[in-house]
Write a protein that binds this ligand. Structure first.
Ligand code: AMP
Length: 112
């Protein structure tokens, strides 16, 4: 998608603070962090939201990469939260599937 900001980050057109990358997945720091560690994990292929995914291998690579990144960044010991905002009421603002990883403070529940 030529006008998608996360596609542009994934293909290097827009610089970002990458923490992980492989053939299918990119992960980078959120520009507006909501916790001391706030990473966005995305499939490089464009899906507008979680609701568009029909291929289970997308979930497999996204989730397994997120767990790997948490380990690599040392987030396991104190814990972390993974969130996928989906659609308007779900709070999604960027229409490219992304998983938020939040860590480094006590996270409230229920979320706002
Ligand atoms: P959501 O509201 O769930 O769609 O999350 C979108 C996230 O993308 C927000 O937390 C933004 O701060 C973040 N974001 C937007 N633009 C960028 C960017 N260029 N680099 C990193 N994070 C971004």
């Amino acid at each position: 998608m030529s006008d998608c900001i996360f596609c542009k980050i994934a293909n290097g057109e827009i610089p970002s603070d990458f923490v992980y990358e492989d053939e299918n997945i990119a992960a980078f720091r959120d520009v507006n962090p909501q916790a001391p560690a706030h990473i966005l994990v995305i499939p490089k292929k464009h899906y507008a939201s979680a609701a568009e995914v029909t291929d289970a291998s997308v979930w497999s690579s996204l989730m397994s990469s997120a767990v790997k990144i948490a380990r690599k960044l040392g987030l396991e010991e104190n814990g972390y939260r993974m969130v996928i905002n989906t659609g308007e009421q779900g709070g999604q603002t960027v229409p490219h599937l992304h998983l938020h990883m939040l860590a480094g403070r006590n996270l409230g529940w229920p979320p706002g």
